[in-house]
Design a protein around this ligand. Structure first.
Ligand code: 13P
Length: 252
């Protein structure tokens, strides 16, 4: 049985005052969370501040990105996996479509980062997903396959015991257009079947989150699909009440 997992991706939002207010709201409601794993992923600059503001063990901390280089060194502006670990991060989002599209991250860089995160003892949240053009031109499955194959080829299927996958259709991110539960389920099932071809047990245990305009009013139906194991939440994770409501919608 997979335990649902909901993570908040705050993206590049916040200030100390904003985060203190948000985390105070999360602290107050954290005792309501049962039967769901929950994490919040602040901007790197605020990871330590956020962690110190949290008064509950129920909500874990994750990062939104990290360096590809496995060791500390002369990499100006970067932050390493060991630094994230040192700050108390349990998760790191890797290969988010914004990093792929805006910063040109390739499948092979994402794969290297997944390896580095695993080596550091951090659980990667590996994002995959297609653009609208890719969906409409019928290459959605091959795009998602390529994104997964790059990682599988480097770390191997056995390592997916420690990997979370987030399916985020690019056209549903920040647009208010959600994939329908059926559309999302179809891709989640495709991803699980692909992994199942390599190792049935691992595939059955891998948590696959859905991300893209998840809100309190659509979360339950999405999370109710058989292969959707929670969500990666952008905009709605910046509101404590909305985020907790979404987490509760994933509870088993
Ligand atoms: P929204 O929930 O704002 O659509 O963002 C989804 C996302 O990109 C989470 O990583």
């Amino acid at each position: 049985m997979r335990k649902p997992f909901v993570a908040g991706n705050w993206k590049m939002h916040g200030s100390k005052a904003f985060i203190l207010n948000l985390v105070t709201g999360l602290n107050a409601k954290s005792s309501e969370l049962k039967g769901v794993d929950v994490a919040i992923c602040p901007p790197s600059l605020y990871i330590d501040f956020t962690k110190r503001s949290l008064s509950t063990e129920v909500i874990a901390i994750g990062a939104q990105n990290m360096a590809e280089e496995p060791h500390q060194g002369a990499f100006t502006g970067e932050g390493s996996a060991s630094m994230l670990k040192d700050l108390g991060c349990r998760y790191v989002i890797l290969g988010h479509s914004e990093r792929r599209a805006i910063y040109g991250e390739t499948n092979s860089e994402v794969a290297n980062k997944v390896q580095v995160a695993l080596d550091a003892g951090i659980t990667p949240i590996l994002c995959v997903g297609e653009t609208l053009e890719e969906r409409e031109s019928g290459i959605m499955e091959s795009i998602i396959s390529e994104q997964l194959d790059a990682v599988l080829g480097l770390v191997g299927i056995a390592a997916f015991k420690g990997v979370v996958i987030a399916y985020e259709p690019v056209w549903a991110i920040g647009t208010g257009v959600t994939a329908s539960p059926e559309q999302a389920q179809e891709v989640h099932a495709f991803i699980r079947a692909k992994l199942s071809g390599l190792d049935e047990n691992i595939a059955a245990g891998v948590v696959i989150q859905y991300g893209g305009s998840v809100k309190p009013n659509n979360a339950k139906e999405l999370f109710g699909q058989p292969d959707i194991d929670g969500g990666l939440i952008g905009g709605a994770s910046l509101d404590a009440d909305d985020f907790i409501a979404i987490c509760k919608a994933a509870e088993i």
